[in-house]
Design a protein around this ligand. Structure first.
Ligand SMILES: Cc1cc2nc3c(=O)[nH]c(=O)nc-3n(C[C@H](O)[C@H](O)[C@H](O)COP(=O)(O)OP(=O)(O)OC[C@H]3O[C@@H](n4cnc5c(N)ncnc54)[C@H](O)[C@@H]3O)c2cc1C
Length: 525
């Protein structure tokens, strides 16, 4: 079992120097949790600090996540989630495309394709995940929630909610000193900044540099989660759409494109039975909506704002009107839409920025969460090789493990950074097209969707994911000469029970994790 006694700035007397210090992760979003799960797989201890209260960790942002092939492979195969992913991810059966004037444009019929052609990975189709459910299964796989959904400690790591990381200091020696908002300092072997778009660690790392400011895209997003009640007008409309497009059932993704008379775009997906997540993007002058980080940059609506939304919706777009009417105000959010040009380094010694903290895209191309999860996996794999590779090096003929600094520096490759910067621009252009009132742009988007087909959309998704798959394969190539850390995922920690014992035994040389140690880890809160 992992002990964290060494995490205080003044190590406790029981601290065992042979034990690796935990990796500190700021933020329990998709990048932070995937990083933690990867570290856990190799028995690297970690501590996650999350600024929000535990019950907010599984909140939603936007309409969810179109899952890329790389992410599915990482979650299913590399991190062992396999069928558990079914609880978070729904496969597309149909995507129905219409416009704000109420005209039908096309229906993409995934359900009618052969099984083999539908698959984007070995056996999984193009699909869509609810963010909150994905967060939930990651926490479950980490052993960080009990069956009532309450946060608990796992043998490999701990999650502390309601504590923000506010900065760091590089230290001479083998650790980084991390500052918390409760004025405590803790030390870790490395710091992974998964703290989202407003990252404090980014501010600390790039202090005084130009180019780290957010760029307002002159757009705002409204989003919500809606339960479709049997017999409701919303259900009737969904059934009507299904019948008129000859769909089997109404598990349908909806895309409503703007016209020059009625600009804006609307997207909705069924995330679980009779529950839809949706978002609506329009142009906006105002960039200063209250930043409520509980819902990742959004503000929960009040009745006046809900009315403002309803008034904005063109009367010709019945489905959007119904979604807004049938969504409780408390389940609706609004935020200004930003992105950020990304040219600055995102690694400083033992500290790395991941996900939105490193690169922030316009959300409409659906890149953000996928890139965040791939970042989490790659950075943590590199760290695990540097930290745990050492313990197995004596059995290996290959060279000595890399240093933590080297491992993280490779994460911030020039190629990846350049690719991300290009993608920020591409996503911005795509996103702005989605709310444009230019006659030509609206026509071009409608023509694009008119000639889109389900196989073509799958091909585009796989092509768009190339930078992620290359990032993973480059990491594998680069780490090949080094001793591989031994796996020990999802194993109950029972010393003497199997293949991972050497690591477990190594880690359990000191006494096991107790409440007293929490005080030591968190220095007294
Ligand atoms: C309106 C909207 C729609 C979107 N739609 C999509 C979509 O369809 N598809 C898609 O892929 N992506 C979408 N995104 C983007 C997606 O939500 C992000 O890219 C993704 O969540 C990034 O993950 P992350 O882990 O890097 O950061 P986050 O998800 O932002 O997580 C960061 C975590 O860190 C915590 N935190 C913040 N500061 C601190 C601190 N100082 N100390 C400790 N903890 C801290 C936060 O509370 C949060 O839990 C959308 C975003 C928005 C706003």
């Amino acid at each position: 079992m992992v002990s964290f006694q060494g995490n205080g700035i003044a190590p406790s007397p029981q601290y065992n120097a042979s034990q690796p210090l935990p990796v500190i992760i700021a933020g329990a979003g998709p990048s932070g949790l995937v990083a933690a799960l990867t570290l856990q797989k190799y028995g690297v201890p970690f501590v996650i600090y999350e600024q929000n209260a535990s019950e907010k960790i599984c909140s939603d942002a936007g309409r969810g996540i179109d899952m890329s092939p790389s992410v599915i492979k990482i979650l299913e195969k590399e991190l062992g989630l396999y069928r558990r992913l079914d609880a978070a991810m729904k496969q597309y059966e149909y995507i129905d495309v219409s416009n704000m004037d109420g005209k039908h444009i096309n229906t993409l019929r995934f359900k009618e394709m052969s099984e083999r052609k539908r698959h984007i990975t070995g056996e999984r189709n193009f699909g869509f995940a609810s963010r909150s459910k994905l967060q939930h299964i990651l926490l479950e796989a980490l052993g960080l929630i009990d069956r009532h959904g309450r946060i608990k400690d796992s043998p490999y790591g701990i999650l502390r909610c309601g504590i923000a990381v506010t900065g760091y200091k590089k230290m001479i020696g083998n650790f980084v000193q991390v500052q918390l908002d409760n004025s405590m300092k803790v030390k870790g072997s490395a710091l992974l900044a998964c703290d989202g778009v407003h990252s404090y660690i980014r501010q600390c790392m790039q202090e005084g540099s130009e180019g780290s400011a957010l760029n307002f895209t002159n757009q705002e997003a409204w989003w919500g989660t809606t339960t479709v009640r049997p017999g409701s007008a919303l259900e009737q409309e969904l059934l009507h759409i299904a019948a008129s497009r000859k769909m089997q059932g109404y598990n349908v993704g909806l895309v409503v494109l703007g016209t020059n008379q009625n600009p804006g775009s609307f997207y909705a997906n069924e995330v679980s039975k009779n529950v839809y997540s949706w978002s609506y993007f329009v142009e906006s002058e105002s960039s200063n909506f209250d930043a409520d980080l509980i819902r990742r940059g959004g503000k929960v609506l009040d009745e006046t704002e809900k009315q403002e939304l309803v008034d904005k919706i063109p009367s010709t777009c019945k489905i959007l009107k119904l979604f807004s009417e049938f969504t409780p105000t408390a389940d609706m959010n609004r935020s200004a839409v930003f992105d950020r040009d990304n040219n600055l380094p995102s690694v400083d010694g033992r500290v790395a920025l991941l996900g939105d903290a490193a690169h922030y895209y316009h959300p409409l191309r659906g890149e953000g969460s996928n890139k965040a999860m791939v970042d989490g996996y790659v950075a943590a794999m590199r760290l695990a090789t540097a930290i745990m590779g050492k313990s197995s090096s004596s059995n290996s003929k290959s060279q000595k493990s890399p240093s933590i600094e080297w491992a993280l520096l490779g994460f911030d490759s020039y190629k990846r950074r350049k690719g991300n910067t290009a993608l920020v621009k591409k996503s911005r252009k795509y996103g702005q097209g989605a709310t444009s009132n230019s006659r030509y742009t609206c026509w071009a988007r409608q023509t694009y969707f008119k000639f889109m087909s389900a196989p073509k959309m799958i091909r585009e998704l796989c092509t768009g994911d190339k930078s992620n798959s290359r990032f993973v394969s480059d990491m594998i190539k680069e780490l090949k000469p080094y001793p591989k850390p031994a796996r020990c995922i999802a194993r109950p920690v029972i010393p003497g029970s199997g293949a991972c014992d050497s690591i477990e035994m190594e880690l359990s040389k000191t006494k096991t994790f107790t409440e007293e140690d929490v005080g030591c880890v968190c220095m007294g809160f």
